[in-house]
Design a protein around this ligand. Structure first.
Ligand SMILES: Cc1ncc(COP(=O)(O)O)c(C=O)c1O
Ligand SMILES: [Zn+2]
Length: 397
């Protein structure tokens, strides 16, 4: 067995702070009355010289280049399809239109299965494989189900996907081609979550719901590591993120905390901006009311399937990342999301998902309210591809 050199040391609860062994198979915090999200922790007391940065230059261009800060202990357990190290593009046309100094787009649609979900599932399925787990389940708005199915296929593992019946067609089709078991749910992702849990106990499946096991967030966090490395350890002033369950924004913020702790960041930290849909905005509403936790959003409806998440177990962590970074949170309606897709497509040649469209419109709003200043740099995180929403985007044009 070849060691990855991972510095994974233990698991810690993000709420009650109790610690657990890294060798335990855990979901949410098992402490009575807690049940909150668990984070992997690393031994960050290592050689902090520039040597480690030079070493990075010789590594493969995928997210496993940061394997010291990922939880998998042995190389042979890594299941990879080449996820990560997506480009950060200089969006000069958009910057000109928006009237600001610099707009950058990190294009996550270039990942395997065409969304950033590949990162989280590569990490979670690899770590589960290390624990000897062979059968998985997932509730999904669409893209995460596609990603789990792909990594299960690659790793010769079994997977069960629970998806709202009105999820994008591309997600349903890819899951079937990847050989996963698909069950369509008459309801929202939280209803799919209940069915996934039920079937997990019936069929002895390991449920990899967003933030309900500690490792998907570790894959997502590599977006933060890449932003830092690709921008030469100088972070942008703002990062705008389309938020559903929140693993992305939470993971990026975790990455910046870890990199700050080991002294790699040479600038200030960005303001984290959480964008949700007008038709499904539980976390933005809670943030605007100054609350720590969100309430269930009734009758969620938006073209951005990935943002149709009426309740998120990591709500308090999303709000913390916004507050700690002096960021903000805002809502965008579906019409403006489609306008955003048109802008990113027609001005930058990136046919983005509606989730990606939402962040273009959010940037426009925040520039006109002067939250973003004309001399600042904004990084837009395009989480997915428009090609997966062809029916929805065809109808909307
Ligand atoms: C394209 C896309 N963007 C954003 C999201 C929201 O992701 P997160 O759970 O990290 O908030 C999803 C989730 O399904 C998605 O598919
Ligand atoms: Zn706890």
């Amino acid at each position: 067995m070849i060691s990855t050199g991972s510095m994974f040391s233990h698991i810690e609860c993000t709420s009650c702070k109790k610690t657990f062994s890294k060798d335990e198979i855990l979901k949410l915090c098992p402490v009575d009355d807690c049940g909150k999200v668990l984070f992997p922790k690393y031994d960050l007391n290592f050689d902090k010289s520039r040597k480690s940065i030079d070493d990075l230059k010789n590594r493969e261009p995928n997210m496993w280049r940061y394997k010291e800060f990922l939880p998998v202990n042995f190389e042979e357990n890594i299941i990879t399809l080449g996820e990560g190290f997506t480009p950060i593009l200089d969006a000069k046309n958009l910057a000109l239109d928006l009237g600001i100094n610099k707009v950058l787009i990190k294009d996550e649609s270039l990942n395997p299965t065409s969304s950033f979900k590949a990162r989280g599932l590569s990490a979670a399925v690899s770590k589960a494989k290390e624990f000897g787990i062979k059968k998985f389940s997932i509730p999904t708005a669409g893209n995460a189900g596609g990603a789990l199915s792909a990594y299960a296929a690659k790793g010769n593992l079994e997977s069960y996907v629970f998806m709202p019946k009105d999820a994008p067609q591309a997600n349903k089709t890819e899951v079937k081609y990847f050989g996963s078991n698909l069950e369509l749910i008459d309801g929202y992702i939280n209803d799919a979550g209940k069915r996934s849990l039920e079937q997990s106990s019936n069929l002895n499946l390991f449920d990899v719901s967003t933030l309900k096991e500690p490792y998907r967030v570790e894959g997502k966090k590599t977006m933060g590591y890449e932003i830092a490395e690709q921008l030469n350890w100088n972070l942008p002033d703002h990062i705008i993120y389309p938020t559903g369950g929140g693993t992305g924004i939470i993971g990026i913020w975790k990455a910046f905390q870890e990199l700050s702790e080991i002294g790699m960041i040479e600038s200030g930290l960005p303001k984290m901006i959480c964008v949700q849909a007008d038709g499904c905005s539980p976390v933005v509403d809670a943030y605007l009311k100054g609350k720590k936790y969100a309430e269930l959003f009734k009758k969620p409806a938006t073209i951005a399937a990935g943002m149709r998440v009426p309740i998120a177990v990591g709500d308090y962590l999303i709000i913390n990342s916004v507050n700690q970074s002096n960021g903000t949170a805002l809502k965008i309606n579906d019409k403006d999301m489609v306008e955003g897709v048109k802008k990113m497509s027609s001005r930058e040649g990136i046919f983005c998902a509606p989730e990606g469209g939402s962040i273009v419109s959010a940037a426009i709003k925040l520039i006109s309210s002067n939250f973003i200043k004309s001399n600042e740099t904004v990084l837009l995180l395009n989480t997915g591809s428009g090609y997966k929403y062809l029916e929805e985007l065809t109808d909307a044009i």
